[in-house]
Design a protein around this ligand. Structure first.
Ligand code: GDP
Length: 302
């Protein structure tokens, strides 16, 4: 498995501090921490987290707790890891005991929702689950076609709208009913993500959520918000809105193979208190990885 192949840019931004730490001595502290601050900001950690980390380190250096460049580096990694894990939320999918489990995938168009759904289907199917896809993006005709291609590619069944006027919520409830009747393990629900009519999108997502809960109490088990990693900190307001309206249970950060700046992973987790469950590292069927905070930290601070 490719392990966080996507962070080459972040890694090289942060590598700047390695050399400084190698020759670190107490008199150098301010200069090293300034450089570190710059490197963290460039990598999209955001000002709040950057200041928190830098000031933590400064305190521990000045109090004599950190005595070498190596110790500073380890403390830096520990700080970041703590930010990622302190909310105590689970990064594994929580699918409950009722069958089928329902996973709703939400997010704005272009972020990688449909692709992530396809990749997730592939992964879960390989783990032995019987997967049904639901083409809930009824707004964009091409979206259902695109999902159908993923259904073929992964060998999963799919429920699509019967007419152009079908509502997303009825496609989803139909899919969940079918999933229940035919013994599927998991129903993966795609949804719309049109940007410019946000209000009605949020209404629609609420009614999608209600319609599946009517078929299976407690469903959806997971509402995964797909965020485009290349948008960096700009994803935060959008993520907040989705979370406020539908209650997001996990994040999928996509396009981390490209020029994404890895620090945004830390800031989005810290800001929202929602765990990253998967990361997208490419367009292929195998390019979705479960998120492992420790592997991530080791990948960006080599
Ligand atoms: P949606 O509108 O949110 O459903 O987005 P799509 O799933 O259609 O994805 C939009 C574009 O981003 C497509 O060209 C995808 O192939 C691409 N994409 C999605 N996830 C990733 C990823 O993790 N890495 C890369 N490089 N491209 C991705």
């Amino acid at each position: 498995e490719k392990v966080f192949s996507g962070f080459s840019k972040t890694r090289s931004n942060l590598a700047v501090i390695d050399e400084l730490l190698l020759y670190w001595n107490l008199a150098d502290t301010d200069r090293v921490l300034d450089e570190l601050e710059e490197a963290l900001l460039v990598s999209d950690f955001g000002p709040k987290i950057t200041i928190k980390i830098v000031e933590n380190l400064r305190e521990d250096i000045l109090s004599g707790k950190l005595k070498s460049g190596n110790e500073i580096k380890e403390a830096l990694k520990k700080n970041v890891l703590e930010l990622l894990t302190s909310k105590g939320s689970k990064t594994e999918l929580q699918l409950g005991f009722r069958k089928p489990a329902v996973i709703m995938i939400v997010g704005v168009n272009g972020g990688g929702k449909t692709t992530s759904l396809g990749k997730l289907a592939y992964r879960l199917k390989n783990e032995g689950a019987k997967i049904l896809m639901a083409a809930g993006d009824t707004f964009r005709a091409a979206a259902s076609d695109q999902l159908e291609i993923w259904a073929e590619r992964t060998g999963c069944e799919i429920v699509m709208a019967e007419s152009e006027k079908a509502k997303a919520s009825s496609v989803l409830s139909q899919a969940v009913k079918k999933g229940k009747e035919l013994g599927f393990d998991i129903v993966l629900c795609d949804t719309s993500g049109r940007l410019h009519t946000n209000y009605s999108l949020m209404e629609e997502l609420i009614s999608c959520k209600k319609s599946v809960a009517k078929v299976i109490p407690g469903a959806p088990n997971e509402i995964l918000l797909v965020l485009d990693g290349t948008t960096g900190l700009n994803m935060l307001p959008q993520a907040r809105e989705f979370n406020d309206v539908v209650g997001v249970t996990g994040l999928i950060l996509t396009k981390l193979d490209g020029s994404a700046r890895g620090g945004c992973v830390v800031s989005v987790v810290d800001e929202l208190g929602i765990p990253v469950k998967f990361v997208g590292v490419g367009e292929g069927v195998e390019d979705l990885q479960p998120f492992d905070a420790e592997a991530f930290v080791n990948a960006i601070f080599m």
